[in-house]
Design a protein around this ligand. Structure first.
Ligand code: ZN
Ligand code: ZN
Length: 607
């Protein structure tokens, strides 16, 4: 976690304490349970008994939070025994349950007071009291992780209470239903305002809504959640993206392969994925009792392809690419539109290289990445170097020396490009560190898309070698790379980034033709045929509706270009193709030349 994220978490966690305290001011009988920081803010789950709690209450509670924040000068911690903690929280069955869990895990138990310095109790006084409240101060069971000086470190304008929802205690529907109060919190008021504005915009651009409105994809209960099906419009986009990417890869000497979507369970035991990943899904056991699973990654198949023939140093770099679907047993609660799905078609590639080729290969992949995201209209990106978590190296394969070497190679490669990066522990793949590229969308949200993983471990697992110039066998180095990540997720991001106004070359329909009346249909049909034979995706909106209504449809369906065909056009043998977008100029041309002019627009990927 970065420093700024860490500070934000502390701030949000602090505000959760303040929220609990402020809620108790208005509902003294309420029982606070748990209140963690989350993305964008914090929440607290509170048992409000029979009290009906509505969003109208939030203003009141927020006002109290801001009032109390002024006096909150510090946090003070108290180490207590399990029994002391139990006695202190005797009336709160939720805290008692948490105390039992902490005690059972053998962890230390701490209470935290937060509030005015003058009211901070000594431990003996605290334990004697049977209340968690000391004037505006508050005592909670907590592991720590707060800001030091709440009234100085938190601006009252940088947070707000947001929504109220029901939540079962510990997410179990057999348990008591609690009131969950969500707050938004950021480092500054500007950050908060920006978030609120962007959230409104994001709602309008939600890819699940736009996906339906623009007929891009659908879900079916019978097929299952998390299993999107692309409709013709969506498949046009996916297919265009795939062709575009494949063309680039062909220019860089990638070779395309095709693998089955299942493999013996044993393959993933060999790679180490089995056991490290819960994502594997069994498919069947054959008549010889061999177990097969759906592939959740493609690496082991591609390794077997590498090993199918002995390679020489002259064969390297060998770049194997494939756009192929993997299947991941995601938790149903985490599925989300196209961005979190069970089936992901990855634009996967494995680079088999000699040690002296590592840096050039990484630079090439990053060049491709910059080119692709530039073309697709994404501006900014940041780089994260995901490394091991020093505390838990048993999660990772390979010895320390190899990891340190791999990490320093990635750092050098990124430094060579003069791109700032952030090192994030704990995010590495189990076989090696990786460069993760976080791409910013039009609303400033970051998406982790491109990934480049350096792997010295699997070549050992799979005994992947090449014959060197010296005639000896040497271990190959593997780079795993995906530019888009997965087509599904990337399309979800692209829909939200563009708000459905796709680049012209990706638009499912590129031109709509509107014959004014029946008399103009024949000419319009001719123009449409002409455009379609040039590969331009064209629709005709027929004269059974008014021209005004049809132009509204053009806008609703986000068709980038349209042309009206009436008497004037037929008489002058000329058509004006209007652009619905500011960044593309209208064109007027003789009817015969229209396909060529539109093709020019499409070929310019800036459009
Ligand atoms: Zn705390
Ligand atoms: Zn891989």
């Amino acid at each position: 976690m970065s420093d700024s994220q860490n500070n934000l978490d502390k701030l949000r966690h602090t505000l959760a304490h303040l929220l609990a305290r402020a809620t108790l001011e208005h509902y003294p009988e309420a029982k606070p349970t748990l209140g963690p920081p989350v993305d964008d803010g914090f929440y607290y789950d509170i048992d409000c008994g029979d009290t009906e709690f509505s969003e109208d209450e939030l203003d009141k509670i927020e006002g109290t939070m801001k009032e109390f924040l002024d006096d909150w000068e510090l946090f003070r911690s108290y180490d207590v025994t399990a029994d002391e903690a139990r006695e202190f929280f005797a009336d709160n069955e939720y805290k008692l349950e948490l105390i039992d869990d902490i005690a059972e895990a053998g962890d230390d138990i701490t209470l935290y007071y937060s509030g005015p310095k003058a009211d901070a109790p000594e431990k003996a006084d605290l334990l004697e009291s049977d209340d968690t409240i000391f004037r505006s101060g508050f005592v909670d069971l907590c592991r720590g992780g707060h800001v030091d000086t709440p009234n100085k470190d938190i601006s009252a304008d940088s947070f707000t209470l947001d929504t109220v929802a029901g939540a079962y205690w510990r997410g179990d529907e057999d348990n008591q239903m609690l009131t969950r109060i969500y707050g938004l919190a950021f480092a500054t008021e500007d950050d908060l305002d920006e978030f609120v504005v962007n959230r409104k915009k994001a709602k309008k651009r939600d890819h699940r809504t736009l996906g339906q409105e623009l007929d891009l994809f659908t879900f079916s209960d019978n097929v299952g959640p998390g299993l999107p099906m692309l409709l013709p419009n969506g498949e046009i986009i996916r297919n265009e993206l795939e062709t575009y990417l494949n063309n680039i890869k062909e220019k860089h000497d990638y070779q395309f392969v095709n693998i089955p979507h299942i493999a013996k369970r044993k393959l993933y035991e060999k790679s180490g994925h089995m056991g490290k990943y819960d994502a594997m899904m069994p498919t069947f056991t054959d008549d010889s009792n061999t177990e097969y699973v759906m592939k959740a990654m493609n690496c082991p198949h591609h390794f077997e392809i590498y090993n199918s023939r002995q390679k020489s140093y002259r064969d390297l770099p060998l770049r194997i690419a494939e756009n192929t679907t993997v299947y991941r047993n995601e938790k149903s609660g985490e599925l989300h539109g196209l961005t979190r799905v069970i089936n992901l078609m990855q634009d996967d590639a494995h680079h088999f290289i000699r040690p002296d080729q590592i840096n050039d290969e990484i630079q090439m992949i990053l060049d491709i990445m910059e080119n692709v995201y530039g073309t697709l209209g994404f501006g900014d990106y940041e780089i994260q170097i995901s490394v091991r978590d020093a505390d838990s190296d048993q999660k990772y394969f390979g010895d320390d020396k190899i990891w340190k070497r791999a990490e320093s190679i990635l750092v050098d490669a990124v430094n060579e490009r003069d791109i700032p990066y952030e090192k994030v522990p704990g995010e590495a793949a189990f076989y090696g560190p990786k460069i993760d590229v976080m791409v910013s969308d039009a609303l400033g949200r970051q998406w982790q898309l491109t990934t480049v993983q350096l792997d010295f471990v699997q070549p050992d697992n799979f005994d992947m070698t090449y014959t060197g110039e010296d005639g000896e066998d040497h271990q190959v180095v593997v780079i795993h790379a995906a530019i888009l990540g997965s087509f599904e997720r990337f399309m979800g991001v692209l829909i939200e980034h563009t708000g459905g106004d796709f680049p012209l070359w990706l638009s499912p329909t590129q031109v709509a033709l509107l014959p004014v009346g029946d008399d103009h249909e024949a000419v319009t049909d001719d123009i449409a045929k002409n455009l379609e034979s040039a590969g331009i995706r064209t629709v005709i909106y027929g004269p059974d509706e008014s021209v005004g209504k049809r132009i509204r449809n053009v806008h609703e369906n986000k068709v980038p270009l349209f042309g009206v065909v009436g008497d004037d056009e037929v008489d002058a043998d000329e058509i004006t193709v209007e652009s619905r977008r500011d960044d593309i100029d209208d064109i007027t041309t003789e009817i015969d030349g229209v396909a060529e002019r539109i093709q020019e627009l499409i070929d310019n990927t800036d459009n």
